[in-house]
Design a protein around this ligand. Structure first.
Ligand code: ZN
Length: 282
């Protein structure tokens, strides 16, 4: 099979000491791999090369209440080693004092293109003042905001602030900023598609859904009917999944024998035609 170049919009790098006890233990409990797998820079670039990923976004995460802290310097250093094919998405925890300034410093130092935050993991409301301080900073810096606005595996996570609808107010008030919601907003794909239909500055990635056939199928059907597939992006969520296998599972959703199928050209379009320029001015 000849490989076509594609962009993996959702990948992680981290070391065991970045993960904290919850991430480490839940990985072992849920998938049999501490911290959901080895995500060293060496393992990461090997996985990208094996899959033929021409481009990838490398995403950080900082969660004070879980002791997770992937330093922005770690993301930035890796980004610089792969500048021709990578963008960097840093992270700050909005609940921690000084987060906006740390974001500003990291973006200026490393040329990061986005920031990842997560109301349910980090434990804040998307309409709170601490969250708005991050949105204002992102708008000022011209970077996109990536939300983990979806279900969480952490027992102490806050599902009551995980709903994609909560981002509507944010997308309305920051029209000049682009928002990327991870994991198709699962299990609220219906809500996410409604959010995308009315807000042209909202995007979503499909990471982790290829193993959840029903969620991926219904999500894609909703997106087709809502005419928003052009703003869906492929992501593997490495190291949870390696893109080489994950891509096969993603494309195979079009083989499902259903009265309303997912056309092959829709999944191929999502995989192969989503360059960085959609969210980033380089
Ligand atoms: Zn992720």
């Amino acid at each position: 099979m000849t490989r076509r170049p594609f962009t993996d919009w959702h990948t992680h790098i981290y070391l065991p000491e970045h993960c904290g006890p919850v991430w480490t233990r839940r990985g072992l409990e849920l998938v049999g791999k501490e911290a959901f797998g080895v995500a060293t820079p060496e393992a990461h670039i090997q996985a990208m090369d094996e899959a033929g990923a021409s481009h990838f976004a490398v995403v950080g995460l900082q969660i004070a209440m879980m002791g997770m802290h992937i330093p922005n310097d770690f993301i930035g250093t890796y980004l610089h080693a792969h500048k021709d094919r990578a963008i960097g998405v840093g992270s700050v925890d909005p609940t921690q004092a000084g987060a906006p300034q740390r974001l500003r410093d990291a973006v200026k130092e490393w040329g990061l293109s986005g920031v990842k935050i997560s109301p349910p993991y980090q434990g804040f409301h998307p309409h709170s003042e601490e969250a708005y301080a991050i949105y204002r900073t992102a708008a000022d810096l011209g970077i996109f905001v990536m939300f983990h606005q979806a279900s969480v595996f952490a027992p102490d996570g806050h599902l009551e602030v995980a709903s994609p609808s909560l981002i509507d107010k944010v997308a309305r008030e920051f029209r000049g900023t682009k928002f990327l919601l991870a994991h198709f907003g699962k299990p609220w794909m219906n809500e996410l598609v409604e959010l995308m239909m009315k807000n042209p500055n909202v995007y979503a990635d499909v990471s982790t859904l290829p193993i959840k056939t029903w969620q991926l199928y219904t999500g894609l059907r909703l997106a087709i009917e809502g005419r928003v597939t052009g703003r869906l992006l492929y992501g593997s969520d490495f190291p949870s999944f390696t893109p080489r296998q994950d891509i096969e599972a993603f494309l195979a959703i079009s083989d499902l024998k259903m009265p309303l199928p997912i056309p092959r050209e829709v999944v191929e379009d999502i995989l192969y035609n989503r360059p960085f320029e959609l969210l980033v001015q380089k």
